[in-house]
Design a protein around this ligand. Structure first.
Ligand code: NAD
Ligand code: DAO
Ligand code: ZN
Length: 368
């Protein structure tokens, strides 16, 4: 079949809207019609050419929501007509990682996914006979995409596509980091570094978990209003505050129970660790720093009981946890609508990248 898609033919070039050929689903795969997709920093990072694992030409996009239109042989967990969210972190429930019960990093299709291919080692996308690669196993910048069954989460049908797509990455990453990775408890104190599309979701996750004090840190003063809107109780303007760590330790009488780095800046990662309370404070790294970057602290920070952790996709097991997060949204326990600041057509997708990079949008969403 044919599908309209925004293709990254080369790094550092705008995406091109073209009609691709798309092969149907093989055994264990499903064809999904995307209804909406968010634009995230990770897409921009890959397009920038800085991602050493970036493959071109490819169809980027990993934050989508749509409807199953066809299923391949052997597919049992979803059917035609089901509403689904593609998962860049699949959940096979059979590999050693899934069975460990200790991680959401399923390894079932990791190798081929990283090469921009489906599990059988081929691509379903082509253009004038030339192979176009998949991206993060999702490729949501195409109106139709093919996914392994283990890489789709079936969700309720009354969830609107244009907002629920954000659960495919940003919402789950932020809220999940709080409830899965950190396990914040009522009364805890929390610091969130970087109040963008991820950090604001950490804030609302902390509010949901019952945190008492939620401190937001950002260089951009406009983000204070956004943070307060989602449950932040105190704001630290990092540009105006000489020693951010000392300020947070002072505000909390010794440091926070949990901190979250939502920027990808290794200097801020150190601040996030060092503002944690001696003896038990835990810092969770969410931001993705450039390839090759390293983090530093004095080992004594860990000897004296601080913990340094990281999380991918909020520690969420996709097929199990993503439908629950959609329920929390539909039950108004978390909010998504105000965070979708821009809606665009596929033809306007490059403008969506510009809005994100200028800091004008929290989340831009393409509606098919
Ligand atoms: P964003 O650009 O929307 O937000 C970043 C915020 O940090 C901005 O408000 C900016 O003003 C602020 N900031 C920048 N430098 C700062 C500094 N030195 N001190 C304080 N604030 C500063 O980004 P986002 O979409 O929220 O993504 C954040 C990070 O999370 C990115 O690195 C992204 O790649 C990563 N991410 C990780 C996962 C995961 O699973 N771990 C998933 C999605 C995104
Ligand atoms: O299993 O080894 C692995 C890698 C899993 C990839 C996890 C993705 C990390 C988060 C990247 C940002 C996503 C938008
Ligand atoms: Zn698995």
């Amino acid at each position: 079949m044919k599908t309209r898609a925004a293709v990254a033919f080369e790094a550092k070039q705008p995406l091109e809207i073209v009609e691709l050929d798309l092969d149907g689903p093989e055994d264990g795969e499903v064809l999904v019609e995307l209804m909406a997709t968010g634009i995230c920093h990770t897409d921009a990072y890959t397009l920038s050419g800085k991602d050493p694992e970036g493959i071109f030409p490819s169809v980027l996009g990993h934050e989508g929501c749509g409807v199953v239109r066809e299923v391949g042989k052997g597919v049992t967990s979803v059917a035609e007509g089901d509403h689904v969210i593609p998962l860049y972190t699949p959940e096979c429930r059979q590999c050693a990682m899934c069975l460990s019960g200790k991680t959401n990093l399923c390894s079932a299709i990791r190798e081929t996914q990283g090469k921009g291919l489906m599990p059988d080692g081929t691509s379903r996308f082509s253009y004038n006979g030339r192979t176009i690669h998949h991206y993060m196993g999702t490729s949501t910048f195409s109106n139709f995409t093919v996914l392994p069954e283990i890489a789709v989460a079936k969700i309720r049908e009354d969830a609107p596509f244009d907002t629920t797509c954000y659960v495919g990455c940003g919402v789950t990453t932020g809220v999940g980091a709080v409830v899965n990775t950190a396990d914040v408890r009522p009364g805890d104190t929390v610091a969130v570094f970087g109040l963008g599309g991820i950090g604001l979701n950490v804030i609302q996750g902390a509010r949901l978990a019952g945190a008492d004090t939620i401190i937001g840190v950002d260089l951009n003063p406009d983000r204070e209003e956004w943070g307060r809107r989602f449950g932040m109780t105190h704001f630290v303007n990092a540009r105006e505050t000489g020693d951010v760590v000392a300020a947070i330790v002072e505000m909390t009488g010794g440091g926070v129970d949990y901190s979250f780095e939502c920027i990808g800046n290794t200097d801020v990662m150190r601040q996030a660790l060092e503002c944690c309370h001696k003896g038990w404070g835990t810092s969770v790294i969410i931001g993705v720093a450039e390839a090759g970057a390293t983090i530093e602290t004095r080992p004594f920070q860990l000897v004296t009981g601080r913990n340094w952790r990281g999380t991918a996709f909020g520690g969420a097991r996709g097929r199990t946890d993503v439908p629950k997060i959609v329920d929390w949204y539909m039950d108004k326990k978390i909010e998504i609508d105000p965070l979708i600041t821009h809606r665009l057509s596929l033809e306007e997708i490059n403008k969506g990248f510009e809005l994100m990079e200028s800091g004008e949008s929290i989340r831009g969403v393409v509606i098919y």
